[in-house]
Design a protein around this ligand. Structure first.
Ligand code: SF4
Length: 387
């Protein structure tokens, strides 16, 4: 195991809340609807984050519950009932309806699990209701996805057979189910799958050539597929990816990187950007650290990598300024102020919208980081020429 330095920090945070995950989740689940139970702020957040989706018939909406409209808890239940009834009458294609909790005090008072249970009885055989929290007090944006997936586990039947995979249906799960994760932020989902007897295959995450190769090999081992066969199939992809990475490496090599905590992808990104793009790591922030889930990744990090779990945003920004990095990976709220101070940034939320997994995507992933540096180089050159 590499000698990594672990630190914890608490204090003010600057991250997107779990509601944000609806923006990508609704595209992946065509028969689902995400009903945010929240305030006008919540409605505004997902509508602006989802941009043009407002003009299409979207698969998300907000039941707005606000103190001024409501006399008490009974009214809140009534209002939610009214919104759900309207929605189901208007949209008969909805098969799964997620009730997504948020942080306004009116919503915290509601027991959405009980609401979902009652609605399940009323709409039995027509729509399934599940609930999870996207509240900014409890979750960062990728944890929203974790909550949504975890909410689906009780709907999966038990089976001890090797269940065949049907991507359009929820699989049956049990002690012969093997789970290989593609995203590192699904701690709660993994915990519940383990409780149901599933075996979690330990592997780095499929980002970059190294992570993806190890990920395929771990899958092959679990399913007793010959390792040589895997190498034979992926070696042309690896050669192609190495060539494609070269031009990005020219820009990234030796550049100093600071990752602020937001997406929980930070450790995997740090591993890729150091091992394959030769960047130097100043600090790797992560909102939460599940050492068990991340152990294969941590093993691949260089010695003396500084990992900081949690956030005290002001102290962290002081460290950013002191260390004068070439690039900072951070949330959108911090990017503009840092850019204004002359520090190049990359929005961490872009990693969940962009196709970055797999060997063939390694150069595209590196490109997300080389682009802001390349742009700065061009700007600097132009300024020098002008003067
Ligand atoms: Fe804001 Fe909380 Fe609503 Fe997220 S859940 S938009 S943090 S009020």
């Amino acid at each position: 195991m590499s000698k990594v330095e672990f630190n914890k920090e608490t204090g003010p945070r600057e991250v997107f809340c779990g509601l944000t995950s609806i923006v990508w989740l609704h595209r992946r689940m065509p028969d689902a609807f995400f009903l945010v139970v929240g305030s006008r702020t919540c409605a505004h957040l997902i509508q602006s984050a989802a941009g043009v989706m407002i003009f299409a018939e979207p698969r998300f909406g907000t039941a707005i519950l606000e103190e001024k409209d409501l006399a008490g808890l009974a009214d809140a239940h009534e209002e939610l009932d009214r919104v759900v009834n309207d929605l189901i009458a208007r949209r008969p294609e909805i098969k799964t309806l997620f009730l997504v909790g948020s942080c306004p005090s009116e919503v915290i008072k509601l027991d959405l699990a009980t609401v979902a249970e009652k609605l399940n009885k009323r709409f039995l055989g027509q729509v399934r209701f599940v609930n999870y929290s996207g509240s900014g007090i409890e979750t960062t944006f990728t944890q929203g996805e974790d909550g949504a997936l975890k909410a689906l586990i009780p709907l999966m039947e038990s089976s001890n057979e090797d269940p065949p995979r049907q991507s359009t249906e929820l699989p049956k799960i049990g002690k012969n189910t093997k789970v290989l994760l593609t995203q590192p932020y699904l701690s709660d989902t993994v915990r519940d799958l383990k409780h149901r007897g599933c075996e979690i295959i330990s592997a780095p995450f499929p980002l970059g050539i190294e992570g993806s190769t190890e990920w395929f090999l771990a899958a092959a081992k679990a399913f007793k597929i010959n390792e040589l066969k895997v190498h034979e199939i992926i070696s042309p992809l690896i050669n192609r990816a190495k060539l494609a990475l070269e031009s990005h490496k020219e820009i990234l090599k030796g550049k100093r990187l600071f990752l602020l905590p937001e997406s929980q992808l930070e450790i995997s990104l740090a591993r890729f950007l150091h091992n394959e793009c030769e960047m130097d790591l100043i600090e790797v922030g992560t909102p939460y650290l599940n050492k068990d889930l991340m152990k294969e990744e941590i093993n691949l990090l260089p010695d003396n990598t500084k990992i900081v779990e949690g956030q005290h945003v002001e102290k962290q920004l002081d460290r950013v300024r002191e260390s004068n990095p070439d690039l900072v990976v951070c949330g959108m709220g911090l990017a503009n102020p840092l850019e204004a101070e002359g520090i190049s940034t990359k929005w961490s939320i872009e990693m969940v919208f962009s196709p970055i997994h797999g060997i063939d995507q390694a150069a595209d992933l590196a490109g997300l980081f080389s682009k802001p540096l390349r742009r700065n180089q061009i700007l600097t050159t132009k300024t020098l020429v002008t003067h």
